[in-house]
Write a protein that binds this ligand. Structure first.
Ligand code: ADP
Ligand code: LIP
Length: 384
């Protein structure tokens, strides 16, 4: 028999969750007509990899076919009548060149869409709409908005279309999609600089926080009446695949743990930079992860001490932001442990995740970015 206390604990556990929605896929990386690597792909896999690394519990909804060939922490729904989504990524202009602008993506197989009825009945604190192959429908995003306190969206889930002959990924204008009217109800929209050209940032920033990532140059956060650039971390790029996904995973991990937006974006930049240093889905060194978790804890304590309830001061970097950047950078460059010591979370035995206190965002979702700020930042012309 389940006791009331146990039931309450279970409910808390169910509620303190990040819900990731998007299909896993098979990635094939091709250069000069040669297959260079094959890997588990899909934004959902990169994001859950980061959240697991940061010991944040999540729930994942993904669909694959019976041909799905990778072991994963979160079992997908297997659709007997469908094949797993497959992407071919062509890097013929040079993998070390100009980041994603050198990459031509082709969706050569598409698994089923994720429908509202595929989502769990339980509420989640954070929802992440992170499709890659057009699997998220407007109705699915709407259902996520209804059942999550705050929803983060990767624009690639909304604006991709696929050539009917060879599956080449093309982008359409955000305002031409069925998702546009939902934007005022989401909290964060993340786009790469290439994707940002397909939306009117000046318009969308009035409704939600817009984060535009820019490869080795870091990212920029836009809000209604302010914007701020967030410094990158140095990286030796091997493969840009998944950088944007890992960025979003790190950003979400920061917000989930109560960091202010500029600090959370630093965590996003850190995980983006770690991801480009490896081919395919990255394996994070366990000691590096511990150092990053320690820095995040320290930062949380520091910000608690200097917290102000002054909601007028939005979009200002918290005191000590630059120091936090330096500390994370140091955590990254501290010599890694030996290869034998490297810990890859074995997908078949999920790492135990700790329960963390996630702020309740239902009422305050839109004040997510009104945290502790001090340094003034550039504001938009003509705005306060
Ligand atoms: N070469 C790089 N060096 C350091 N950081 C990088 C590099 N490439 C990407 N990143 C980090 O990853 C984030 C996402 O990368 P980006 O290429 O903009 O996204 P996407 O993969 O969606 O195109 C960047 O904002 C940055 O923080
Ligand atoms: O590199 P990135 O843009 O962050 O994200 C990638 C997607 O664009 C791609 O469709 C998918 O096959 C990769 O596994 C990865 O999810």
């Amino acid at each position: 028999m389940v006791t009331t206390a146990a039931a309450a604990h279970k409910t808390r556990q169910q509620q303190n969750r990040v819900l990731i929605v998007g299909n896993y896929c098979h990635d094939v990386l091709i250069q000069n007509d040669t297959v260079k690597a094959e890997s588990l792909g899909g934004a959902a896999s990169f994001i859950s990899n980061v959240l697991n690394g940061m010991s944040i519990s999540c729930n994942l909804v993904s669909k694959v076919g019976e041909d799905f060939k990778y072991p994963v922490n979160y079992s997908p729904v297997v659709i007997p009548t469908s094949k797993t989504t497959v992407f071919h990524a062509y890097f013929d202009l040079g993998i070390h060149g100009n980041g994603h602008q050198d990459r031509v993506l082709r969706r050569v197989c598409a698994c089923d869409s994720i429908r509202p009825s595929d989502l769990p009945d339980t509420r989640s604190n954070f929802g992440m709409a992170v499709g890659v192959g057009g699997e998220i429908l407007p109705a699915t995003l709407e259902r996520m908005i209804e059942s999550c306190d705050a929803v983060f969206v990767d624009i690639q889930a909304l604006i991709r279309i696929f050539d009917s002959v060879d599956g080449t990924v093309k982008l359409v204008k955000l305002e031409e999609t069925g998702f546009y009217s939902l934007l005022p109800r989401i909290v964060v929209l993340k786009a790469s600089s290439e994707e940002a050209a397909f939306m009117d940032v000046e318009e969308v920033r009035k409704w939600c926080c817009v984060v535009v990532t820019n490869g080795k140059d870091g990212c920029k956060v836009y809000w209604k009446d302010g914007e701020l650039g967030i410094s990158p971390f140095l990286a030796n790029q091997e493969d840009p695949t998944g950088a944007g996904d890992s960025f979003l995973g790190g950003f979400a991990a920061g917000l989930v743990q109560g960091l202010a937006v500029p600090d959370a974006a630093l965590l996003g930049n850190l995980f983006g930079s770690l991801t480009v240093e490896q081919i395919g889905l990255p394996k994070f060194d366990s000691r590096l992860l511990q150092r990053v978790k320690d820095e995040v804890q320290r930062r949380k304590m520091q910000c608690l001490r200097c917290e102000r309830s002054d909601n007028e001061l939005k979009f200002l970097k918290p005191v000590g932001h630059e120091q936090f950047h330096a500390s994370l950078g140091a955590a990254k460059i501290t010599p890694p442990c030996s290869i034998q010591d490297r810990q890859w979370n074995p997908p078949s035995s999920p790492k135990k995740t700790e329960q963390i206190a996630i702020p309740h965002y239902t009422a305050q979702a839109k004040s997510l970015v009104n945290s502790v700020y001090e340094e003034p930042i550039q504001t938009v012309e003509g705005k306060p």
